[in-house]
Design a binder for this molecule. Structure first.
Ligand code: FES
Ligand SMILES: [Fe+2]
Length: 467
């Protein structure tokens, strides 16, 4: 039974006056309710840029993308364009990709190697360390009075790396990356630390612009096992390997004990089969992957312990790092969402592999990522159609005042000694979406990090629940 709607008073958000009371009204964690307006309202979107993308640790680049001094990649933190540059001493710096003279975009290339970045407009030149080194006609036009030390590129507030993944935040008061990830590190390690040499991205970034609010694909991949058997019924039929029909992924039983949803990890989430092999269920011929898993299983158990090595490594797992990074070991894709306004996003997808994988397996994975989750991928087209429609259905004057729900299986949350976080049985329960929206609301209403709770277990999540 659906909960009765609470109609948002039209004078608040619609008049551009977003109040704290409105923020309380937009999400109800206890009942799993959201206001549709969160997918379309420009004021809410602007507040997200400030309170979420302006403060969270955001993924910038994989170590392998900028291996050598001078290597750079151009990316985004929210709508801010950022250059991530490997320094001479192999440290990494990240700067706003904007010239400090008249504000031109400094670098137009997506990636490359440069000793300096020279602006197209008037020729100011910046070093890879961000310092302003060269100004044309410095003596004639500025009478040598320009203090170049004041016009360097603007650097992010904090930058840190976790097992090959480089993150940054614009907020100098944000907790350390280690603390921000919290117990989510335990789950990330199932991919990032399973093999001694770690991971690498292969192929190139597949970039797609979609008319979709950024939160919708995040909540979808974080926890929506419900749509698999319906929205992807066709794709699952044609892409599942007949050899692996016994695999648990796609098993839609709510009580399926061989799969879990895990949330309550500071906003991060995990959806996981626990069979140790289903990650490769959607490959035309999974034999090479099965051999790889078999050959390395004992080593992985040594590195990650019995539970993760046996039950989780090789399983289909969806990993979400709040707010906009997701990766699926098994299907082996790695993805970041860049918001471009309330109704638009850019989605960047790579194939990510263990460095030690044989070349044949790597190329099979690259092909499979394109086939399933690339721009013309079978699964992504199913999702894109639905998520675009939800975004559009949040715009109508009357429709956007409506509620929508992630209220499935409320009350099924529990703790498990072997799994950090808040656990629910099976892939179908909407627990993870509830916790993602809870984190969204916590960040939107907090003025600083001391007002944002930290929780990595059911007990901590309950203790920090807003009244
Ligand atoms: S705007 Fe870049 S040099 Fe003038
Ligand atoms: Fe999907």
């Amino acid at each position: 039974m659906l909960l009765p709607e609470k109609t948002l008073e039209a004078h608040d958000v619609f008049a551009g006056k977003l109040t704290m009371d409105d923020l309380e009204t937009l999400i109800d964690f206890k009942t799993g309710r959201q206001k549709r307006i969160i997918y379309s309202d420009p004021d809410i979107y602007q507040l997200e840029m400030e309170k979420i993308f302006g403060r969270c640790w955001l993924f910038l680049a994989h170590d392998c993308q900028i291996g050598n001094p001078g290597d750079f990649i151009r990316t985004f933190m929210g709508e801010d364009e950022v250059l991530v540059v490997r320094q001479k001493d192999y440290s990494v710096k990240a700067f706003l990709n904007t010239c400090t003279h008249r504000g031109n975009r400094l670098c137009k290339a997506d990636h490359g190697n440069k000793k300096s970045f020279v602006c197209n407009y008037h020729g100011w030149g910046f070093g890879s360390d961000g310092k302003l080194n060269g100004v044309p006609l410095e003596a004639e036009a500025y009478y040598n009075k320009l203090d170049k030390s004041k016009y360097g590129l603007i650097e992010v507030a904090q930058l840190a790396c976790y097992k090959g993944l480089i993150f940054a935040t614009f907020d100098k008061s944000a907790p350390s990356l280690e603390d921000y990830l919290g117990e989510m590190k335990w789950y990330l390690d199932i991919w990032l630390d399973a093999m001694p040499e770690g991971t690498e991205l292969i192929g190139t970034a597949m970039k797609v612009e979609l008319p979709i609010n950024w939160k919708l694909p995040v909540e979808n991949v974080s926890g929506d096992g419900y749509h698999l058997g319906w929205a992807h019924a066709g794709a699952m039929t044609v892409s599942s390997s007949s050899k692996l029909t016994d695999m648990e992924v796609g098993n839609t039983s709510v009580d399926n004990s061989a799969a879990v949803s895990v949330a309550g990890l500071n906003g991060h989430a995990v959806l996981a089969a626990l069979d140790g092999k289903s990650g490769y269920a959607f490959y035309p011929d999974p034999e090479i992957a099965e051999n790889y898993l078999g050959k390395n299983r004992e080593n992985v158990i040594d590195r990650l312990g019995e539970y993760r090595g046996k039950n989780m490594w090789g399983s289909q797992i969806n990993l979400t790092v709040f707010p906009n990074l997701q990766m699926l070991p098994g299907l082996n894709w790695f993805r970041v969402y860049h918001p471009k306004g309330p109704g638009k996003l850019e989605m960047w997808t790579w194939a990510m592999v263990d460095k030690e994988m044989p070349e044949g397996l790597k190329s099979m994975i690259l092909n499979n990522v394109s086939r399933t989750f690339g721009p013309a991928g079978l699964f992504d087209n199913d999702d894109g159609d639905n998520l675009q429609a939800i975004t559009e259905q949040s715009r109508g004057w009357r429709t956007k005042q409506m509620d929508i729900y992630t209220n499935m299986a409320i009350g099924g949350e529990h703790s498990r000694k072997e799994l950090p976080g808040v656990v629910s049985n099976g892939l179908i329960c909407e627990q993870n979406q509830r916790y993602i929206y809870r984190r969204w609301q916590e960040m939107m209403r907090a003025n600083n990090w001391s007002g944002i709770p930290t929780y990595n277990s059911l007990e901590e999540a309950r203790a920090t629940e807003a009244g």
